[in-house]
Ligand binder design. Structure first.
Ligand code: B12
Ligand code: SF4
Length: 537
């Protein structure tokens, strides 16, 4: 029998960050100076936050990240057998990593009947009852913020009924404990435990998620949680009960200082809407400038932010990147998505950021929205070309369970909760008011060509500067290839460097992960054989 510590006693917890292959097949070629494996990507800040909380409370925590090629599932299983943790927590973000989480949970359960298993993260939160039903081998599905929840759970694993935010089974009957009140005192938690994984992160994802575009030691930070807007495709407002909460400026500045001491050079905020509260931004920028922190950072926010007069102060405090959710160049599409922003607001924000000296201004766009016409799509690419954006991404709109769009699709009979809740859908695959996938892809390829041509002709200096930045990460050959790629048509693969830097959409890996979400439960375990995480080879 596995040991369960009495309440208040230290326990050993394993936390595993599950990724789908497109987000972990990214080891960089060289090791860092400190001997750690270097990985291109975002660090798993969810489990790092929880590890710090557990350790401060006196517990032992061992983390694994599937980005690490040296810890495939079988190594994690060996460690579980060897170290016998009291609890193994599996953390994953989204629909596409859920199949991998299920597979690993089942492997662990098959190897040991007694170890306690927990799931957490956005997807698990929004689908807790269904997840528990589909994965009876997982003891606890944990909903919402994990900090206090995990502390409570490790103390009371034998009495989960008393732990708010947990979905579990009592004699075969699923019990959905009440939600936890939203934690507003985020300053109470320690800084994430960034040093315990044997990995160093560098970010180099120029076009997909450009972040800060630096080859420095990289990490992420979370200074606020949530977003109160009603965009129909987004589940962040649901995860955060429509609220926005933040850490105090001093706490954020202290973390910057701490990171500077640890040798980090680039930080990206994973906040959903960093630009929400001007006074807080002003205080953070002042703190960074006053304390002489030189870390370059990037953030995301809405174009209607009332903090735009602070863009110069942000640039002075080494904010290098701002990413805006532009979504579309058609007001009709923006309104259909309930984005609650105008094209004029987009132009104002992008121009203000560039005028303030923000080096990289990025636009997130979606294509394939309900009701979008070919003309709307063309308008989007023309708009992207005209805007002073440095980088942009045009992703296909997807629908996730829990969002208002999902609810609409249920009412329209396009999906059902019972059959489809765990499936990854591009809207165009199920919604007849969307353009077909083929038309979307052809129009997108043509639109990208127009954007590149326009940028080179109208913003040659801005484009040259950006290319110079790319050249710090990539060979000239690959940069040239990147430029001509939209003109080559389909069927050309990525260069090795592109694969590493994720400069282009990883269509194959993305499709593979998406397809796995549609596989029937019985076939899922066999799919493990196809997965690069199954073994280190
Ligand atoms: C940064 C980010 C990314 C980054 C990197 C993530 C990483 N490696 O850590 C990148 C760019 C790679 C990424 C990729 C994708 N992302 Co993303 N991403 C985010 C973002 C903006 C922040 C995540 C984050 O770091 N949060 C901060 C940490 C501290 O929070 P956390 O991980 O949620 O952990 C807390 C709790 O959830 C809980 N918890 C977490 N795990 C566990 C485990 C246990 C046991 C317990 C008790 C608690 C617990 O405790 C933590 C502390 O409170 C979120 C939006 C959001 N607000 O969550 C979207 C989000 C998670 N992503 C989303 C999507 C769709 C994707 C992609 C599928 C996009 C795509 N089509 O390619 C991919 C898939 C990635 C994958 N499957 O591996 C969606 C998920 C929607 C859904 N229902 O599936 C979100 C919600 C954004 C959105 N609304 O569209 N993403
Ligand atoms: S503004 Fe961004 S984070 Fe907020 S609901 Fe809309 S898409 Fe989601």
């Amino acid at each position: 029998m596995w040991p369960i510590a009495p309440e208040g006693m230290p326990v050993r917890v394993f936390l595993i960050h599950i990724r789908d292959p497109q987000f972990y097949a990214l080891p960089a070629a060289t090791r860092a100076k400190n001997g750690k494996i270097r990985v291109m990507g975002f660090p798993p800040i969810g489990i790092m936050s929880l590890s710090a909380v557990l350790k401060r409370a006196g517990h032992e925590c061992v983390m694994f990240d599937q980005a690490n090629p040296e810890t495939p599932n079988e190594v994690i299983m060996d460690e579980i057998r060897r170290q016998r943790p009291a609890l193994v927590g599996l953390s994953f973000l989204s629909t596409t990593s859920y199949p991998y989480a299920k597979i690993l949970a089942r492997q662990i359960r098959a190897a040991d009947r007694h170890v306690r298993l927990a799931f957490g993260g956005v997807f698990a939160t929004l689908n807790a009852m269904l997840v528990k039903q589909q994965c009876p081998e997982v003891d606890f599905v944990c909903r919402g913020d994990g900090e206090q929840l995990l502390l409570d759970l490790v103390d009371r694993m034998d009495d989960p009924g008393s732990v708010a935010g947990v979905t579990w089974a009592n004699h075969g009957k699923i019990v959905h404990n009440p939600n936890r009140p939203l934690d507003r005192n985020l300053d109470q938690w320690p800084f994430p435990d960034r040093e315990s994984l044997p990995l160093d992160f560098v970010e180099s994802m120029p076009l997909d998620v450009p972040a800060v575009l630096s080859m420095d030691r990289f990490t992420t930070m979370q200074t606020s949680r949530g977003c109160p807007w009603p965009c129909v495709f987004c589940d962040i407002p649901i995860f955060n009960e429509g609220k926005w909460r933040s850490r105090s400026p001093q706490h954020v500045v202290d973390e910057f200082n701490h990171l500077q001491q640890l040798g980090y050079g680039a930080v990206y905020f994973v906040d959903d809407h960093f630009l929400l509260q001007p006074t807080r931004i002003e205080a953070i920028c002042k703190g960074i400038t006053d304390t002489g922190v030189t870390i370059q950072w990037g953030c995301e926010g809405r174009v209607d932010s009332s903090a735009q007069h602070l863009f110069p102060a942000m640039a002075k405090a080494h904010c290098r990147t701002i990413m805006f959710g532009v979504e579309s160049g058609s007001q009709a599409v923006l309104d259909r998505l309930k984005k609650e922003q105008t094209l004029a607001e987009v132009e104002t924000a992008v121009t203000a950021a560039k005028q303030a000296g923000i080096e990289i201004v990025h636009g997130f766009f979606v294509v394939g929205s309900p009701g979008e016409t070919v003309e709307d799509m063309r308008a989007t690419f023309d708009f992207a070309a005209r805007l002073r954006l440095d980088t942009f991404a045009f992703n296909r709109l997807c629908v996730y369970r829990g969002t208002p769009l999902w609810q609409e699709y249920i009412q329209r009979g396009l999906v059902t909760d019972d059959a489809d809740w765990y499936k990854y859908f591009k809207c165009s695959e199920i919604d007849p008011t969307c353009l077909s996938g083929e038309v979307i892809n052809t129009t997108r390829a043509a639109g990208l060509r127009r954007v590149f041509r326009y940028k080179l002709a109208h913003y040659p200096i801005q484009t040259a500067r950006l290319l110079r930045r790319f050249l710090r990460h990539m060979s000239l050959r690959d940069v040239l290839y990147l430029l001509v790629k939209p003109f080559l048509g389909n069927g050309r693969g990525a260069t090795p460097n592109e694969v590493l830097s994720r400069t282009v959409d990883h269509a194959t890996l993305k499709d593979m992960a998406a397809e796995l979400t549609h596989r029937p439960e019985v076939g899922l375990d066999r799919s493990m054989g196809d997965s690069p995480m199954a073994s280190s080879t």
